[in-house]
Design a protein around this ligand. Structure first.
Ligand code: FES
Length: 76
């Protein structure tokens, strides 16, 4: 990857997910979440909106450092 590339340059995040719709959004009922759910924030997951680990290849390819958003029940 080009470690000198400008990280603030505007780029298109979404390459493949539902490109036929105006905006990609998802609605998930809180009650349907399990103990722990990983949501994708890199836009590379094949299981969108859930993380499938594709962020690792993305990070390696471009020097990024993104990962999932983890929603979990409070640990008591
Ligand atoms: Fe996108 Fe993990 S696959 S954050």
């Amino acid at each position: 990857y080009d470690k000198y590339a400008d990280p603030k340059k505007e780029v298109c995040f979404n390459h493949d997910i539902r490109k036929d719709v105006e905006k990609v959004y998802d609605i998930i009922d809180v009650e349907d979440l399990g103990e722990k759910t990983n949501f994708c924030r890199c836009w590379r997951s094949k299981k969108w909106p859930f993380c499938d680990g594709s962020h690792n290849a993305h990070n390696k390819a471009c020097g990024d450092n993104v990962a999932s958003l983890i929603i979990q029940k409070k640990q008591t």
